[in-house]
Design a binder for this molecule. Structure first.
Ligand SMILES: Nc1nc2c(ncn2[C@@H]2O[C@H](COP(=O)(O)OP(=O)(O)O)[C@@H](O)[C@H]2O)c(=O)[nH]1
Ligand SMILES: [Mg+2]
Length: 467
């Protein structure tokens, strides 16, 4: 008689034997999530063949046999477009995969030989089922909203406005400042104002490079595009201490409508993400594009620092915080990566790592205190440059060799992008900024995708599960 288990129970048994792992990858948009997941899957597919995975113990010991895609476990989440990504990278000339928005998932079955002591007979083949999830880091920026009421949020957003940011929000600000909190507004006017607010966030992101944008879904609305739940905004000048007075305003007033939508957004957009997805992650990768932020200057760099500080709060769920109380997450290991390390020459990599660690100094300290294992790395998921050495003024100097993305003619060039500061830059640094990172076209590839330290990432994320 065939024995079948209810799905949940089968899931539980596999987990008990350490045979299933849910690994989530996040980062702000363009941090390199698609590239990272594509490379991760590609390296595992090529394990035991041509993938270069010396920093991954299981592979080094010759125990990693390979990986195959199997049906994902959550059929309601869009599939991660791995095949499309590989297709783009295989074009001539190769192209970067198209940007994805929202959450996606892919499932791998990894085969390996155990390293447990015992006779050859018992060096059994095992499989680890790996669920991979890609989701926007912007969504994590909404976590703090769960602890704020609408007046508190307004106050916070007003405080955020630096000069460059205010410039992007000028149209919206002048429109919203003409309104009074107690006046009535119709749906159309509200939709227009909300669209103008969302537009200012999008421009601050796309043109200004700013990453602190709230609410997170305004930038990447997914299937909520155009829904009233996304049609609200902070009212400038509102203070948390005015709460009692504001509470007495009529239900149809501008203030009351916005407050209701804000609360609705928290309950029906922010909470479900944590409840339905975040709560189920076992391990988490956070990708940070430190180099692009450095390129963009002081205000953007400091903005990214603040953004990451807030984003990382989602992983600090010890004690009796909101997250633990509401969702009891179970992430037991974290990897934080400075991506696109191939944009600088190899001797700069230690500095890039030091800078990442300084950027995330406070969150990393908090995680260590809570005893969550966390590791930081600099890596290139898909290496787009090679390193060469040139002689300049009698000195040997490493340079990058690659094809610039926005250069016509596709001629490879030798480039020295400059020095990465190994600590948080001071005022003076921004005035004598001596580097410029440009985007490269991916290298043509025949076998496994070229990378830098993806194997170290894999070792930290999976090594203990492949013994
Ligand atoms: N040189 C280089 N560029 C990368 C790498 N990873 C990502 N990029 C660049 O960053 C862009 C955004 O990456 P993507 O993975 O789409 O970011 P996502 O929005 O976080 O999914 C890509 O189109 C590439 O131009 C890398 O490892 N090396
Ligand atoms: Mg993506």
């Amino acid at each position: 008689m065939a024995l079948t288990l209810p799905r949940d129970m089968g899931d539980m048994i596999e987990r008990g034997f350490d045979r299933r792992l849910r690994l989530a990858v996040t980062g702000l948009s363009r941090a390199g999530k698609t590239a990272f997941l594509t490379s991760l899957v590609n390296q595992l597919r090529h394990a035991g063949l041509d993938a270069r995975l010396d920093l991954m113990k299981t592979a080094r010991e010759g125990r990693l046999l390979g990986a195959q895609r199997i049906e994902q476990s959550d059929l309601s989440i869009p599939s991660f477009p791995y095949d499309e990504a590989i297709e783009a990278l295989s074009l001539s000339p190769p192209e970067w995969p198209r940007p994805t928005r929202g959450i996606s998932e892919l499932c791998l079955s990894i085969r390996y030989r155990t390293a447990l002591p015992g006779r050859a007979l018992f060096k059994a083949q095992r499989t680890l089922t790996l669920d991979l999830v890609d989701y926007p880091g912007e969504w994590l920026l909404d976590l703090p909203l769960l602890e704020l009421d609408y007046p508190q949020w307004c106050e916070r957003m007003t405080r955020l406005q630096g000069p460059a940011r205010r410039a992007y929000a000028a149209d919206w600000l002048s429109a919203v400042q003409r309104l009074a909190v107690d006046q009535s507004v119709d749906d159309r006017e509200l939709a227009e104002l909300a669209a103008s607010y969302a537009e200012s966030l999008k421009r601050a992101r796309a043109e200004g490079g700013f990453s602190y944008v709230q609410p997170g879904r305004f930038l990447l609305p997914g299937d909520l595009e155009g829904a009233p739940v996304l049609q609200f905004f902070p009212l400038p000048g509102i203070k948390a201490e005015d709460r009692a007075r504001l509470a007495r305003l009529p239900a149809g007033s501008l203030y009351k409508i916005l407050e209701r939508r804000f609360e609705h957004y928290k309950r029906h957009v922010v909470m479900p993400f944590y409840r339905d997805h975040f709560r189920r992650f076992d391990r988490q990768v956070v990708l940070v594009d430190v180099l692009s932020a450095l390129n963009a200057g002081a205000e953007v760099f400091n903005d990214m620092r603040m953004t990451l500080g807030d984003l990382m709060k989602s992983f600090r769920f010890g004690g009796n915080g909101t997250l633990r109380r509401l969702f009891s997450p179970r992430i037991d290991r974290l990897l934080i990566c400075a991506t696109k390390a191939d944009h600088v020459t190899p001797e700069q990599h230690p500095k890039l790592l030091a800078l990442l660690e300084q950027l995330l100094d406070e969150p990393i300290k908090d995680l260590r205190y809570l005893d969550v294992p966390v590791k930081a790395l600099s890596l290139a998921s898909i290496r787009a440059t090679e390193t060469r050495t040139i002689e300049r003024n009698g000195q040997r100097q490493p340079v990058l060799y690659g094809t610039l993305l926005d250069e016509p003619g596709d001629q490879p060039a030798l480039i020295f992008p400059g020095e990465v500061p190994d600590r948080l830059p001071e005022e003076a640094f921004w005035h004598r900024q001596g580097f410029s990172f440009s985007a490269f076209r991916p290298l043509p590839h025949r076998d496994a995708l070229p990378h830098i330290r993806m194997d170290a990432a894999l070792d930290w994320l999976l090594g203990d599960k492949l013994r």
